[in-house]
Design a protein around this ligand. Structure first.
Ligand SMILES: *[C@@H]1O[C@H](CO)[C@@H](O)[C@H](O)[C@H]1NC(C)=O
Ligand SMILES: *[C@@H]1O[C@H](CO)[C@@H](O)[C@H](O)[C@H]1NC(C)=O
Ligand SMILES: *[C@@H]1O[C@H](CO)[C@@H](O)[C@H](O)[C@H]1NC(C)=O
Ligand SMILES: *[C@@H]1O[C@H](CO)[C@@H](O)[C@H](O)[C@H]1NC(C)=O
Ligand SMILES: *[C@@H]1O[C@H](CO)[C@@H](O)[C@H](O)[C@H]1NC(C)=O
Length: 405
């Protein structure tokens, strides 16, 4: 009996042993295969490994000073640089803001390969739709691609609210469409959009949308222009006499507009073909006391990022974040996938990245302004090369990794 039992145990053990060794061999095989694939596909596998796994949040990390790989292009070398972002050209002397790499906790951002992106965009349109921060990102993208295309093979066209950078050899088009509130408003003129009394047609988007509906990749944003306690909303058209005006708060207007936008995506955009992105809000740096500088100081003279992990400025409106999240969640329920690129936190750290006074001034400065430079500093937009390059690296990572189901 005892012997039998022992034999039985032994048998069981050897079975288990054999099973264990099969598992071991299998795991080893998977590891070898993984290494093989990694070596073979190099970058691609790296991207899949980084974005595909929940474990690595590309949006959580820190800025690391890296003057060997950054900047990714030079300000002067980019022929399409905007005077709004050309901080070096407009006199900024501290240039460290160009040398920061975003280092997510637990993985690396894939290296930006312009040729690879252009191949991906062959015969396609990538369109950024939104306000001046989205234009900031578009310029960054154009500069990132510019170096990979020889001179006669590219051009820039503009047609009303639409600006297109074209890489002829690839028949690829990288565009920006000005519509700061996404829906129609009286700020839709791409040049003259500073109006004292803002009016929105929160339920009308078609005039804009028909210019981008057939794009292959769409990158939206809208945020800053809604930050008003009260907005005037128009039911009816701007040309009609009998339109109905109603004053509602900015947040409610934001909700209405994102609903209009969502409906358009659901019913008019081919969401099996198009890849859709929404950029989370870009933070501003107006109040120095928030990060420990003297009160009254803003981003002007700031030369270093904030190092406190999780730092959040008071300007960042959580309620508006929720509205965007809910719109995207609701779209997901309707079968439309929009990827939120959560650039808010990583940009919060970059109080040093704004043009402050080093950009083109559209109006001559007054004597008072000249005496107090921080009074006319731009703490909203970003110098290039700089923070928006990283937003585009994140976009790049998702463009190559998103599974399309
Ligand atoms: C964005 O990312 C930060 C850092 O990971 C995180 O704290 C925050 O909750 C995220 N926000 C959204 C809306 O996903
Ligand atoms: C990079 O930064 C280090 C440390 O600040 C400095 O010693 C070095 O000269 C810099 N290299 C370049 C290429 O600017
Ligand atoms: C960039 O991508 C192209 C096309 O996929 C490839 O031939 C090239 O080797 C890549 N460059 C680098 C530095 O990885
Ligand atoms: C060029 O790209 C556009 C989309 O942007 C496409 O409609 C057109 O067919 C392409 N042209 C050629 C010759 O492939
Ligand atoms: C500009 O855009 C309008 C509206 O889409 C279009 O009808 C027109 O042909 C475009 N003009 C040029 C020069 O491309």
């Amino acid at each position: 009996m005892a012997a039998n039992k022992n034999q039985f145990t032994l048998k069981l053990w050897s079975l288990r042993y054999r099973f264990n060794s099969i598992v071991t061999v299998f795991i080893a095989f998977v590891i070898v295969l993984a290494i093989f694939i990694t070596i073979k596909n190099g970058e691609q596998a790296e991207i899949l490994a980084t974005v595909g796994r929940e474990a690595c949040d590309l949006f959580s990390g820190q800025w690391v000073y890296d003057n060997t790989t950054y900047p990714l292009y030079s300000e002067r070398g980019c022929r399409f640089m905007s005077d709004q972002s050309a901080c070096e050209k407009f006199g900024r002397r501290d240039l460290k803001y160009q040398n920061w790499r975003w280092q997510p906790h637990g993985c690396n951002l894939p290296r930006f390969n312009a040729t690879k992106l252009l191949e991906r965009l062959r015969d396609k349109r990538l369109v950024f739709v939104g306000d001046s921060l989205n234009r900031n990102q578009w310029i960054s993208m154009v500069c990132l691609l510019d170096s990979a295309i020889p001179e006669p093979h590219k051009l820039m066209e503009s047609n009303g609210s639409l600006m297109s950078f074209k890489a002829k050899e690839y028949n690829a088009s990288v565009e920006f469409y000005w519509s700061p509130l996404l829906v129609e408003s009286n700020s839709d003129d791409p040049i003259h959009h500073r109006v004292p009394d803002r009016i929105v047609r929160a339920q009308s988007i078609e005039k804009h949308a028909r210019r981008w509906t057939n794009a292959d990749v769409l990158v939206f944003n809208t945020y800053l222009w809604w930050r008003r306690p009260v907005m005037k909303v128009l039911w009816g058209s701007f040309d009609e006499e009998d339109g109905i005006y109603k004053e509602i708060d900015g947040l409610r207007g934001y909700e209405l507009a994102l609903r209009t936008w969502s409906d358009w995506l659901e019913f008019h955009v081919d969401h099996l073909k198009a890849q859709l992105f929404f950029m989370s809000m870009s933070p501003t740096h107006w109040s120095g006391e928030e990060w420990g500088s003297p009160s009254g100081q803003n981003c002007y003279t700031e030369e270093e990022p904030i190092t406190e992990e999780g730092y959040r400025g008071k300007d960042t409106n959580e309620k508006m974040v929720r509205v965007v999240e809910e719109a995207i969640e609701s779209l997901r329920g309707r079968g439309v996938k929009v990827q939120l690129l959560n650039i808010t936190q990583l940009s919060e750290y970059r109080k040093d990245g704004h043009p402050s006074i080093y950009r083109k001034q559209w109006e001559p400065l007054t004597k008072e302004q000249q005496e107090d430079p921080s009074s006319y500093a731009d703490c909203i937009h970003w110098c290039l090369p700089g923070v928006p390059d990283v937003w585009n690296q994140l976009l790049y990572a998702y463009l190559f990794s998103l599974n399309r189901t």
